[in-house]
Ligand binder design. Sequence first.
Ligand code: ZN
Length: 460
Amino acid sequence: MTQKYFAFKALLQGTTWMSPAYVGIDSHGRIAEVLDVKPRKGFIEQVDGYAIPGFQNAHSHAFQYAMAGLAEIHSTQSTPDDFWSWREAMYALALSINPDQMEAIATQLYAEMIRHGYTHVAEFHYVHHSQNGKRYSNLAEMGERLVMAAKKAGIKITLVPMFYEKGGFGKEPVDGQRRFISKNADAYLELLAASEKATMQYQGAQLGFGYHSLRAVSQDSLKAVLPESKGRPIHIHIAEQLKEIDDCVAFYGKRPVEWLYEQVQVNDQWHLVHATHLADNEVKTIASSGAHVVICPSTEGNLGDGIFRLKEYQELNGRWSIGTDSHIGLDPKEELRILDYGQRLMSHKRNTFYSKSNGDSGLFGYAEALLSGKQAMSVKSVDSLTVGSFLDAVVIDVEHPLIATSSLERVLSTYIYSGDSSFNLGTLVNGEWKAKGNRHFDAFEIGSTFSKALRNLNLR
Ligand code: ZN
C-alpha cells in the first residue's frame, strides 16, 4: 500500500525519462506506483530534482580509504614508485587496524559514497583475521563490522569475503599477508558461512563469493570451492599488473584470462576486476562468455596500472561496471569520465563511449555501469525505479544553472561530464533521504568517530 509520494520533476527508467513523475512507496521503501499525473490523495513530498537510479560501486577495499592521498610523496631519485611499493604501505595499514577502526573508516567511506550518489557497494574483503594472524572468535568479525558500517551509513552492501590462500603463484604467504589467509578450501568455506551470518545483521546486506586473485589461490582450491558459489556473483582481481601476467605465464604457461577460462566455466556470474592487460583473444573471450569486467579508473590511474581496452570490448558488447577500489576518488561521474578520457587520449577521437544503439556517452556509460553493477551486487532484477523495486536514487538538482538550462534529453550527459557532488540534491535509499544538500545526515557523528580512529592510527 502506498504510504507517501515523491513528486520528482523527472524520473529515469531504463533510458527513458518520465516528467513529471509521482513515485508512491510502501512502508518498506518499495515503489508501489509510478504516475505521470498528480495522485488524487495521499501525502506528496515535492522534490526539485531529476531522480535517477543510484550508482553501484562494484569494487571497494574500505580500509584503504584511511590512506587516500597519503601515497603521493615520491622519491625524486630514480627509485621506482609503482603498484608494488604502494602495496607495501597498504600492507602496513592492513596489519595495524583493529575492528573498531575498520568500522569507523568504512562508515565514513560509505557515508561519502552515499553523498556522491552510490546506493550499493560490493566490498571485496580480505582483512579477515586479527593483527597476529589468529582467527577472531567470530570468524567474520571484520566482515560484520563492514556490514554494520553500511547499516549506519545507510548504503546497501554486498559483502564479498575473499579466498586468499597463497603468497603468490606457487608461493606460501609472507608474514605481511597473515591477516588475509584461509589455509585451504575448507577454511574459506567456513569463512563464507560465517560471513553469510554477518550479512543477516542488516536487511540491506547480501553475500558474494570470490578469489582475491589467481596468484592467491591454488589450482585445486580454485576448483574445490567453486560449487559453493551457488549462483552468487564471483569477484576476482584478474590482470591488473604486467608483473602479475608475467608471473602467471611463468607458472602456468598461460596468461590469467586464458588460464582461468581453461580451468572453469566462466559465465555472467563472474566479475573480473581490473582486466587491465588483455591480449586480443582475451578481450573476445570475456565479451563472448557474458562475464563482466569491473574497472576502477581513478585507482588504476593513481597506481599507474594501465588502460583497459574498452573500445574493442564494447564493440563486442562486453559488459562492465565501475568501482572505487582504493577510494582515491569517490565521485562516480569522475570514474566514468576518466574511463572515457583514457580511450579518447589513446584514440585521438571523441566518440569512444557508446553502443551501436546509443550515441549519448553520458547515458551509455551511466546505464552500462548500472546494469552490470547490479549484477555484481547480486541484485536479481535489473529494473530500476519501477514498481516492485526499492526507491534507491540519486536526485540531480534542477536549480543548478547547467542543469536548469539543459534539455531533459541532454541532462544526463551534462551531469556526467560536467557535474560534481554539488549537482546532487540528495540520495534516497529505500525511499529515505540519506544525504541532502551535499551532506550525509549523520556526517558530524560519523566524521568525529572516523577522525578519532585515524588519529589513533597515526598515519598522517
Ligand atoms: Zn582491488
